[in-house]
Structures are given as C-alpha cells and as structure tokens.
Design a protein around this ligand. Structure first.
Ligand code: B3K
Ligand code: ZN
Length: 873
C-alpha cells in the first residue's frame, strides 16, 4: 500500500471521558452572506474538571476573527486545523467567538451551506464545528438562542430551532429573526434555514389539548406535492401518542425540503431538514413506494423527538441507541398503518441483501462500534437496521406490554440526558424483571449468527426433539465470538397443515424458544404426527439458518404456516435451493431446467383468488442477485445472473396466460387511490409485468402509455428494462421529454438507465453524466446514476475491470468535493471478498490508486484501508 502522509487517527469507545467543561447557554448570531457569513457565538461555560485546564474546542474550515472571555479580548489561545485551544480560564465565564465561514464554497453539505438559493445546515454527526468553535460532542447539552440576519427580499424566511421570540427590519434591506429553544440540546441538533419558499401550514391538537403549528417549506411551485408529507406528519404525531404515549413538546414543528442533501433527512429540534425526495410527491411524479418512503421518513424524524432529541447519545459509539430504536418505531408505524407482512418482508430483504453483506465485509462492526475513524461511516445498515432488529428481539422477548413499560422507565429516568445503550437495556430489564445480561452481547458482537437445527420424531412416545445450536463466524475486526440470547419463534405443522400445540412435559409453552447457549434441546410431547418445523416466524432474530427442507416440507410451509412472513420465507427457500443447484449446473457446463414442482407452486398461487395481493406481489418478486449471493461462499457473478434470468424467463413462459390475466385484473380493479388495497393491486400488477414483458411486451407498453400514475409508468419501465423489449426506448424517450426539467423525477430514469443490462452500460452511464438533468454536485443524481451502475452487477463487475476503474475515477473526484457521498458509493467495490481472484486483484489495484491520493479523505481512508486489508488477507 502507498505511503500516506498524515494517517487519520482512530477513536475508541473505551476511551470515553466526560467533558472538562459544560456549556449552559449559547447565543448565536448569523449575518448571512453566501461567501462570508459572520457567526458570533456567546456561550456560558462552567469547568467540570477538578483542576484548571485548557478548553479544547472543535473547529474546521473556520476563520477566527475575535475571541473574548468575560467581554475582554483574550489572547491565551492556539488555533490548529481542527481545534481552538484556550488557556488561562476562570471556572465560570462567558466566551464570545466571532468566525467567518463560506457557505457558497461548502460542497460537502456539512455545516452551513447553500442548497439552490437557500441556506441550510447539517450538523450531525460533527458538522457544527464547521459553523463555530464548540464542544461538538453529543454529551454537551445547552439551550440555544439564534438570531439570523439576512437580506429580506432574498431570504424572507429565517428559521431555527424552538419558538420565534422576536423579529424586525433593518435599514439596509435586511431583516432579523430570533429563535429560542427551551430544551437543552447537543450541537448536532442545531439547524438554521434561510430562503424563499412556498409554505403549507396546518396544525395538530395533542392528546393534552395543545395546538401545535405545523409548517412545511418547499421550493416555489411545489405546493401541489406536499399534501402527503403533511398527512404523514399528523399521522406520526397521533401514532406516537397512541402506541407510545409520547406527545410533542414545542409549539411549532417545521420541515424544510431541500434539493442538496447527503442523506434522507435530519431530526433537528423543531426544524427538520429533509431531502426533497422524502417530501415531494403526487401521483403523477411519485410512485407508491415513494409515498410509503415519505411516510416512513417523516415518521422516523418525528419519532426522534423523543428517542434521540429529548434523550440523546452520550457519545457517537452509542448511535444505535437512537437510530436502532427509532427505526424500530418507524417500522412499527408503517406496519400499524399498512401491511405488517409486506413491511416485514421488505425489511428482511434489506437485511439479507445488504446488512449481512456488511457483516461479511471489511467494515463489519457491532451495532455499537468500538473503533471509528470517520463517524459518518457508521450510519450503517448494521447500526440502523440490525439495531432495529435488536430492539425487535427485545420486543419479542418482553411482549408489547412489558416493552412499553420499559420505554416508560427509560423516558422517566433519562429525559434531558445523554445516555448509553446499556442505560436503555437496563431500563427494559428493570421494568420487565427479565434478565437481559446475556442479551447485551448483541451490542458488542458483530457478525451474523448461524443456527443449525437437528430434530427427531419418536412416534411411539409422540415426542419431537429439537436441538438448535448457534455459532457466529469470525468477522473482519473480531475473531472471538460468544453465544447470544436469541429468540427463536417456531411452529410445528402436522402433515395436513394444522398447527400442533406446543407443550413440554404436559405444559403449554411459548412459541418463542430462548436460545442462550451454544446448543440446547427442547423435547415437545403430545405430538401426534411427524411435524414440519417452521423456523423464525416473523424473522424473530437476524440470523441465518443451516437447515435443509424437502420440497414437500417447503410446500407445506408455503401453503399452511400461520405466519405470513414464514410462508414467504418458505418460498424464498424453495427458489434459493433451485438457484444454488442451477449455479452449480452452469459451472459444470450443464443446461438448466425449471422443475415442475416450482412451476406448479407459482401456478397455484396465481390462481388463488383469496391470497393477499400485497403478499402475492412479494412472493412473485424473485430475490435480487445480492440476496442470492448471500447463499454462496464463492460468488460467481455471471452464473448467478444467468440462473436468475433463466428462472424468471422460464416462469414467464410457463405461466404466460396466468400472468397476463392477473395483470389485467389488477389494472381493472385499481381505484387509483393511495389506499393500501390499491397499493397492493399496483404492486401485484408491477410484479406480473416483470413476467408479462417476456411474452406480451405490448401490454407493458400499454401499461406505461395508458396510465397517468407514476407507479404504473415506472413498473412498466422497470419490466421493459429487465426484459430488454423493443418498446423500451419509446417509453424512456417519453419520460425524458416529460420530466427533464425536474431532477428529482429524473432520478428514477437515471437509475433505470444505469441498471439496464443491454449494450454497453458503462458507455451509456458515462454519456449520461453530460445529460442536462445530471449534476455531479447533486447527491441524489450521483446516487441514482453512479450508485445504480455499481449495482448493475454484470457490467460493474465486467471481466476487464472497466467498471471498477470507472467507479474509482468518480470516487477520486468526489473524494475532495463530497467525501460522505464518495464513502457510500464505494461499498460495492469493497464488499468483494467472495469474488474470484482475478476480479479481486483488479479491485485491489483500484483501491491502491485511491490509497495513493495525496488528499484522501478520512471517510475513504477508513474504507479503503479496511477493504485492502480484507482482500489481501
Ligand atoms: N440522524 C440523521 C442522519 C445523520 C447522518 C449524518 N451523516 C437522520 C436519521 O437517521 O434520522
Ligand atoms: Zn434516525
């Protein structure tokens, strides 16, 4: 590996130290100008350390103008690239710091920056230090007052956290507004927005009768796309009262949608800033999935007000304290409002296709990481999604009632504090009297456990003996693994499909078995028939199963399991088993055959009028290549893609009539509303179109041109893309013509273009970077085009290495401009340890190229270093 000049330094969870000073109040004043904004920060500080000591403040890309202590110019300080160290301080004092910053030049979208003509901020995790010198860590909680001064014509709205307490005009065409946030908060929750917007106003009356003003700010001309976001906000407020008994606290809740944003949204106190992707939607411009995504993200940020803002993290290693819990809450919100089964299936797909890969890759980490170089690299599927699974396991072990009692204890104990994951589990333990000491290992151990199952049936004694053992394979950063506390929810099916009652020694027992040792055995009695074991109902734990089923057993599960998720999972097992043997056949040069049992299963489902439409759509949606890859120790990109294509095409031909009929029926019954029953019909129609494209492509084209709904148009385009039908180009041209003025809507088009497998995908993507709707500066555009190309497995992993080289070229550009986005895009290049040696050596070359960059960002440094280490081991 190339020599690096200044190696970034890692931080360790075990090194935590309480801050030497606390900050009680902060008064900020911003004089906003694009190229030189003046920031005055007056804080009151109190030394916490026993002995006199320096005050070490964080600061990046700041120009220090002046520094005063108790109103006197103070000269005992030193400035470095990332710190301001102040000496000779009294125990309690007022500190005044004036800095200049340049929002217009800030393309990293952290700190204060410009999105279009507006100013906005992003401070989590460590962006506040780009605004002023501060103790930029989550365990320093202060109350903020923020005065914003700006040109009145250009920036009629000046917003910050809390309640508006004053405003006025100034002589020079400027005006000012002052905000006060009564709730002490860490700096990462600070926000400021200034600009000219369209405003949607509404209100919500809380359970205690307080009227909250709700304000949604969007770019001018976008009001017709705001209704759903506002409805979602109100639904979130109501749901959190009903299910969690948590009420909103300020008098106003504001959301601002911006076009330039590195992630989905941000939960700043009382003033959420959102990527416009998670606000703007109407039926012409957005799909049902967009609508559902908006509902989930609006909910997620709102739920943070309690799980994140009122109770926050002591240090960033505890991130899952707020994120895992809040994802669990938003998942429950979506499931209570929509289809629980479909939501569960989608969440499990995400875990299996991407989080499991993270566990197996070079950036593996526990949900509470131990070592971090760049905090932004740890907003991961592991911290968020696996973190939510850990909360869900607690919920499964405790049940809703005890879980809610635990939440109440957590809130009562820790409101207004910055706490740890242990504090959360302790609250759950104390409220439920359940011993969770072993359960805490989920927070410290990385990797996906594998459960091995052994069973036997004793017909004469009517006993069924079940032995489950667990082991977690070593991960890149942690070799020693211990047994975990795993809830395993099971069902036993008799051969007629009936559920057999579970009893041990004559006593009825819970369907949730608690595995706490390396291996445990349960002997169920009164089992009158040789049972089929349904494992992991509702995916009760984020684990893999080492358990093989006969086709007959899987069919019994698919048709009779009581748990809907388990039925879907049975189908996954059936299809995956076929894929595994198909890949082996291809590798041996044999031809493929789709067995009749599989075709018959699909036929029966397609012809079953009673089946839930949303579930059927999921059953018909074949796992992605990433999901399938998870079943292999060596990944053969080409064979997996060919097997998957063969399967879909084979099914399309064998059941052509059924798919066409069902597609037409869905179209006919759809009332075109956003009711969940209509959403289910459209998703089933979309699933059918994927197959119909191979046999009746004209129906796909009709679905596009005959519908005004974006959901149907996109379903048709996606089907046309995958089956590469002749009608594709007319549809794509039409879309481009209609939407080229609107980058957000064009993102869908860019994503499909980049995933298209026909012709030279790489050249097409390169050419599209010159498209008038594309911009390398906009994170959404980059993710849609470049990110989708990196998931177009056949072309990204082209044998000549051209895909790797291109992604690396792009990463070299983004490295300096927007390291956070670069660091997300690199994932498909580093999660590659299971690939063949030839590809791995080409990837190593590209990673070495990045490592040699003189100004390699901390973000990429951490991933490139770990990536190389795993690939070269
Ligand atoms: N808390 C933010 C994410 C911040 C990411 C910083 N790189 C959004 C969320 O999870 O709700
Ligand atoms: Zn969050």
């Amino acid at each position: 590996m190339a020599e690096l000049s200044a190696q970034p330094i890692a931080k360790y969870r075990s090194d935590y130290q309480a801050p030497s000073y606390s900050i009680e109040t902060v008064a900020l004043e911003f004089d906003l100008e694009p190229n030189s904004t003046r920031v005055t920060a007056k804080s009151t500080l109190l030394r916490k350390a026993a002995q006199a000591c320096d005050l070490v403040l964080d600061g990046e890309k700041l120009e220090l103008i002046s520094l005063k202590v108790n109103q006197n110019v103070h000269s005992a300080y030193q400035v470095t690239e990332s710190q301001l160290v102040i000496s000779e301080l009294p125990e309690r004092f007022e500190l005044e710091i004036v800095t200049h910053i340049n929002p217009a030049e800030n393309k990293a979208f952290e700190g204060l920056y410009q999105s279009g003509d507006a100013f906005c901020t992003q401070c989590e995790a460590e962006g506040f230090r780009r605004i002023t010198y501060y103790l930029d860590r989550p365990d320093v909680l202060a109350t903020y007052t923020t005065k914003i001064i700006a040109d009145k014509a250009q920036y009629p709205y000046l917003l910050s956290n809390g309640n508006k307490v004053g405003q006025g005009d100034l002589a020079n065409g400027k005006h000012w507004v002052t905000w006060q946030d009564p709730f002490p908060k860490p700096s990462y929750l600070f926000a400021l927005v200034a600009g000219d917007f369209d405003l949607l106003s509404d209100s919500f009356v809380t359970q205690s009768g307080r009227k909250i003003a709700l304000e949604l700010f969007v770019d001018k001309g976008n009001l017709d796309r705001t209704e759903h976001a506002m409805a979602s906000l109100k639904a979130s407020m109501e749901w959190d009262e009903q299910r969690f008994n948590l009420e909103y606290d300020l008098d106003i809740y504001m959301i601002v949608a911006v076009d330039f944003f590195n992630m989905g949204a941000m939960e700043n106190k009382g003033l959420n800033v959102f990527n416009s992707k998670y606000v703007l939607a109407n039926k012409q411009s957005a799909t049902d999935n967009d609508f559902l995504g908006i509902e989930a993200v609006i909910g997620h940020e709102y739920f943070h007000n309690w799980t994140g803002n009122r109770i926050t993290c002591r240090d960033w290693f505890q991130l899952s304290l707020k994120e895992g819990l809040t994802v669990f809450r938003d998942q429950e919100f979506s499931s209570d409002l929509g289809s629980r089964a479909v939501n569960r299936i989608k969440n499990v797909r995400l875990l299996r296709s991407h989080q499991f890969a993270e566990d197996g890759g070079p950036m593996a980490h526990p949900i509470r990481p131990d070592k971090v170089i760049e905090m932004n690299n740890f907003y991961t599927l592991t911290v968020y999604e696996k973190g939510a699974e850990v909360i869900r396991m607690l919920h499964t072990l405790l049940g809703e009632k005890a879980f809610q009692a635990g939440m109440q204890t957590y809130v009562d104990r820790h409101d207004g504090q910055a706490v740890t994951c242990d504090d959360f589990v302790n609250a759950m333990q104390d409220a439920s009297a359940k011993d969770l000491s072993l359960f805490k290992r989920w927070y410290s151990q990385s990797g996906t456990p594998i459960l091995n199952v052994d069973s036997s049936y004793d017909a004469s004694n009517k006993q069924y003996s079940l032995t489950i053992s667990q082991h977690t394979p070593a991960t890149a950063e942690q070799t020693e693994k211990l047994p975990l506390h795993i809830p395993v929810s099971i069902e036993l099916l008799a051969s007629n499909g009936n559920a057999l009652p579970l009893q041990i020694k004559g006593q009825a027992v819970s369907e949730v078995l608690e595995l706490v040792e390396d291996q445990q055995t349960w002997v169920f009695d009164g089992i009158s028939d040789i049972p089929t074991l349904v494992m992991l109902q509702e995916f009760s734990a984020p684990v893999k199963l080492d358990l093989s089923y006969s086709t007959e057993q899987l069919l019994l599960i698919i048709n009779h399991a009581s748990n809907t998720f388990a039925r879907w999972d049975g189908m996954q097992k059936l299809v995956t088993a076929w894929m595994v043997q198909a890949v082996a056949a291809l590798q041996q040069g044999k031809s493929l055959l789709l067995d009749e049992a599989i075709v018959a299963t699909f036929r029966q489902l397609l012809e079953d009028p009673s089946i839930d439409k949303g579930l059927l759509a999921e059953l018909l949606t074949i796992s992605s290549e990433n999901e399938i890859a998870d079943s292999f120790t060596h990944v053969d990109i080409d064979a997996i893609a060919s097997a998957r294509d063969f399967f879909i095409k084979g099914l399309a031909e064998a059941l052509a009539e059924q798919f066409c009929q069902l597609e037409q029926r869905c179209a006919m019954h759809d009332q075109r509303t956003l009711a969940h029953s209509d959403i289910a019909l459209r998703s089933l129609r979309a699933a059918c179109l994927q197959y119909v494209a191979y046999t009746k492509p004209e129906l796909v084209s009709a679905a596009y041109f005959d519908s005004a709904l974006m959901t149907n148009k996109l379903a048709a385009m996606s089907a046309a893309n995958n089956a590469a039908i002749a009608q594709r180009s007319a549809m794509f041209k039409d879309y481009e013509q209609q939407w080229q003025h609107d980058g957000l809507v064009m993102d869908k088009w860019f994503a499909l273009e980049a995933s298209y497998g026909e012709g030279n995908s790489l050249e097409r993507v390169k050419a599209l970077t010159e498209h008038p709707s594309f911009s390398m500066e906009n994170p959404n555009r980059v993710r849609s085009l470049i990110g989708s190309f990196a998931n177009n497995t056949r072309h990204f992993h082209a044998k000549d290495g051209s895909g790797y080289q291109y992604l690396t070229d792009i990463l070299c550009i983004l490295n300096t401009q927007n390291p956070q986005v670069a660091s997300r895009l690199i994932t498909p290049l580093i999660q590659t340890v299971k690939l063949d040696e030839k590809r791995k050596s080409m990837i190593i070359k590209q990673l070495e190229r990045l490592a040699a960059l003189e100004d390699l960002s901390k973000d990429l440094f951490e991933k490139v270093t770990n990536g190389l280490q795993q690939l070269q081991a």
